[in-house]
Design a binder for this molecule. Structure first.
Ligand SMILES: [Zn+2]
Length: 329
């Protein structure tokens, strides 16, 4: 899949850099992890992208349009304000035929004002997340909700003849549903993670080994829940705003230990939502108890290690937040 003509010099420069890194890596001139040879575009990956650096003289006009070299002014639906002048912009066309402009911005955001609260988070299936202060974030199950629609669209796609224009249209429809689900999920995860980081000074999360869970029959729910994306957002937002973020080892039986007295009360079936500690008589909500244990473990590990805090630093856009997206047209 070729790039349009007007970006050919940029595409060549990118390719040139990729080859330079690869050969320098092979000959040992380049330190660090081995660079892979440049990949050819996948015929299946229908996304196309063009990058403009500051040298290419792209600009944002006073009227809020995106001015691109040799293209002109493009109307943009901004998903949010840019915090600073962008150093580059990538225009992407996704499989659904929508255009996105993604900006690289060096925000250099300082730490947020300190708050007292620390929180442990238990990620689960009955709720998306349960916090040690008792708050429960309901699982939105975005994908499940649109699953029937998606199945119908996929069935329609499979009935269309190969290479036909009907098939192309059906494929775009499937891609659109997928894209809408992903957008909604990402927006929701951003909202939830930003709220938590804003309110708490330290966040501790159980290290779930999400990749391992993803291979089990829980896979669909796990994927749907977007835990790993959520954890990644918490981590980079914590770094950006001077909060502490730490994962707690997943070998600790957080749901079996009484968070009040510390007695290990033995295994509990998943169906058991509440239990009473035999030693101290405290009645526990299973998930809140687990979150409290995660908080206690996180604090302990932090005090032991005393190097586990995440310090504020140069903040680049994190995964899923590479600047502003949404359609130019
Ligand atoms: Zn107890």
């Amino acid at each position: 899949m070729g790039s349009p003509r007007w970006s050919s010099s940029r595409a060549l420069a990118d390719l040139n850099a990729a080859y330079r890194n690869f050969f320098a890596s092979v000959t040992g001139k380049r330190k660090g992890p081995k660079a892979a040879p440049p990949r050819f575009r996948s015929r299946k990956d229908r996304r196309q992208a063009i990058r403009f650096t500051a040298n290419a003289r792209f600009a944002i006009t006073a009227g809020g349009k995106l001015r691109l070299p040799k293209i002109g002014d493009v109307e943009v639906r901004w998903s949010r304000d840019l915090p600073a002048a962008p150093s580059s912009v990538t225009v992407i066309m996704d499989a659904a035929g929508r255009y996105f402009a993604s900006f690289v911005v060096d925000t250099g955001t300082g730490p947020l004002p300190e708050v007292g609260a620390e929180v442990g988070i238990d990620l689960g299936l009955t709720h998306f997340a349960v916090l040690s202060d008792g708050r429960k974030v309901a699982n939105p199950r975005f994908l499940r909700r649109t699953e029937r629609k998606l199945r119908k669209a996929q069935k329609a796609l499979s009935r269309k003849a190969r290479g036909s224009s009907n098939r192309a249209r059906a494929r775009v429809k499937v891609a659109r549903i997928h894209a809408r689900v992903a957008d909604t999920r990402r927006d929701w995860l951003h909202k939830e993670s930003t709220a938590i980081i804003g309110e708490t000074q330290a966040v501790y999360v159980e290290d779930l080994c999400v990749a391992g869970l993803g291979r089990t029959r829980l896979a669909k729910s796990v994927h749907d829940a977007g835990w790993s994306a959520f954890i990644a957002m918490l981590e980079y937002k914590a770094r950006k705003h001077g909060r502490t973020f730490a994962r707690v080892g997943r070998f600790e039986p957080t749901s079996q230990v009484c968070s009040a007295c510390g007695i290990k009360d033995g295994p509990k079936p998943l169906s058991l939502r509440a239990w009473t500690c035999a030693a101290c008589g405290t009645v526990h909500d299973r998930d809140v108890n687990a979150a409290r244990n995660i908080l206690a473990l996180g604090r302990r590990e932090r005090l032991n290690a005393c190097g586990g805090t995440v310090r504020p630093g140069l903040a680049l856009a994190g995964p899923g937040e590479t600047g502003t997206r949404r359609g130019a047209a």
